[in-house]
Design a protein around this ligand. Structure first.
Ligand code: PTJ
Length: 249
């Protein structure tokens, strides 16, 4: 149980860290997920621990891209499952996307536990367990995907993804929406829509934009996607990090 006082200046950050620890204890999150979280937390501090305007634009473009997709999939790893299980389910139902577990350190036990955890949070159908297709040019365990899931997807949301797989997915022609706090990391660099924001803020905000755009026509959605400038978004995030406008405390 968490005992963090809500008025603590770093409340959200401590809560996030606690959720990753709990995820490790439950066998959902890999131990490496704690290192990933530490790196993410440092970048979030430098970003001011808020959704910067360029990230909000990316989140809106992501919502539009997902609504336009024929077969969108949200990819879930051990950190995503620990941090935003309910928010993943909300996004998937809002934009009519599938949910697929795709792990860097894949084990049958962790796959099952994450699937059960997502179902506890309202997921009806969880893909990834069949693993009846492979991402080309990636080593065996990491390449496992479902034929009717990521393999077939046109648009994939890949939060906290490792660079090799992000590159391999982009070589398959997928339109990738990457959520990653480090704008210099390879995954956002190869993404069609890089979202440089904490997943705990990004995931619900993409959903909110998805709800707001639910009745928009195809031309309006296409215009939002086409006017999104990925280079400008990456540069804006890097500028913010270099500006030294810190969160404080
Ligand atoms: O559960 P598994 O086996 O699939 O493993 C997942 C991890 C995350 C351990 C694995 O994919 C990994 O090691 O990833 P990396 O290479 O550490 O990359 C994680 C990226 O996510 C880094 O660039 C972090 O800055 C970023 N990150 C960490 N926490 C957050 C984040 N981005 C957004 N929101 C966060 N909360």
């Amino acid at each position: 149980e968490t005992e963090i006082p809500t008025d603590h200046p770093r409340y959200q950050d401590l809560l996030t860290r606690h959720r990753i620890e709990a995820g490790v204890e439950k066998g959902i999150t890999h131990l490496q997920g704690m290192h990933a979280e530490g790196r993410g937390s440092a970048f979030d501090y430098l970003l001011g621990e808020e959704t910067i305007p360029s990230a909000d634009e990316a989140e809106r473009a992501a919502a539009a891209q997902l609504l336009l997709a024929d077969h969108p999939v949200v990819s879930v790893n051990g950190n995503v499952a620990a941090l935003v299980p309910g928010e993943v389910v909300d996004l998937a139902s809002t934009v009519d996307a599938a949910i697929e577990i795709n792990l860097f350190n894949r084990t049958p036990e962790r796959m099952e536990r994450i699937a059960a955890h997502l179902r506890d949070h309202g997921a009806e159908d969880v893909l990834g367990l069949d693993a009846d297709a492979r991402i080309p040019n990636l080593d065996h365990e990491r390449s496992k995907v479902d034929a009717d899931g990521i393999y077939e997807a046109d648009v994939v949301v890949v939060p906290l993804e490792d660079g090799d797989r992000a590159e391999a997915l982009s070589e398959m022609g997928k339109t990738e929406i990457v959520i990653d706090l480090n704008p210099l990391s390879r995954s956002p660099q190869v993404a069609a829509i890089p979202i440089v924001d904490n997943i705990v803020r990004a995931m619900p905000n993409v959903t909110e934009h998805g709800r707001a755009l639910a009745d928009a026509d195809g031309a309006t959605l296409r215009e939002i996607v086409d006017s999104f400038d990925r280079e400008a978004a990456l540069a804006a995030a890097e500028d913010r990090i270099r500006s030294g406008d810190l969160a404080g405390e």
